[in-house]
Design a binder for this molecule. Structure first.
Ligand code: F6R
Length: 224
């Protein structure tokens, strides 16, 4: 689906995620580039989120993740890759600018998403209300716990992040959510089998989107 967007658009804009889930897709994109099947020279990218307070050179930052898992291995120009800046002083003003920049590029053609085991997308965590625009967010205990596997200790996991909002994500023309492994089975069953949307399950709002695809492995589809 990503390849289809890249080959069919003049100036393709792709929305990218970090975490374990998209690594296989990124390896596949790198392989297709190496086989000369895919050209990224016209591609612009926007990432979903970044830890607040982490320098881009920090090995735990999402900028570092994207460079080392994808951007360094393909012919995308780095100036066309956008990952929220985790060091800004005014994150909410910055968030509005990030959303405007996406719009100036004509919007996101395809947005890749993972899902938290608590139902978060990007870092829009379950809550009474969800934010529309890119903003600063406090991570939940569950997310800090889940992400501690990438850090030496749980105490090192940043407690805040800058994340695209629900409106930013839902404006993407096409959305693909991927989930794998048994730890995602329960949330995927909730998301797919309930005829409901709820701010307590942020991913459920994706079901309002006209072009939304879910890709699961058999373990994540265990209860379906
Ligand atoms: C990452 C992101 C998160 C992850 C989610 C799943 O940019 O926004 O929402 O997609 O936490 O993470 P993994 O894939 O590591 O299970």
């Amino acid at each position: 689906m990503i390849e289809e967007v890249i080959v069919s658009k003049q100036n393709p804009v792709i929305g990218l995620a970090t975490g374990s889930t998209p690594i296989g897709a990124y390896n596949e994109l790198v392989d297709r580039y190496k086989r000369k099947q895919l050209d990224f020279s016209k591609v612009t990218s926007f990432n979903l989120d970044e830890y607040y307070g982490l320098d881009p050179s920090n090995h735990q930052s999402y900028r570092y993740f994207m460079d080392s898992n994808l951007f360094n291995h393909i012919n995308i120009s780095k100036e066309k890759t956008h990952v929220p800046n985790g060091l800004v002083n005014n994150p909410n003003g910055y968030g509005r600018e990030y959303d405007e920049l996406i719009e100036e590029h004509g919007g996101i053609d395809i947005q890749l998403l993972g899902i938290g085991r608590n139902g978060h997308i990007a870092f829009n965590e379950p809550a009474d209300e969800l934010r529309l625009s890119t903003h600063l967010v406090d991570l939940t205990e569950d997310t800090i716990e889940a992400n501690s596997r990438f850090f030496e200790s749980k105490e090192e996991v940043p407690t805040k992040a800058i994340t695209m909002g629900m409106g930013t994500i839902l404006k993407a023309k096409k959305i693909v959510l991927m989930a794998e492994g048994e730890q995602k089975a329960k949330i995927m069953a909730d998301l797919i089998s309930k005829d409901q949307i709820s701010t307590k399950l942020p991913a459920s709002f994706l079901r309002l989107h006209r072009d939304f695809t879910i890709v699961l492995d058999s373990k994540a589809a265990k209860y379906l």
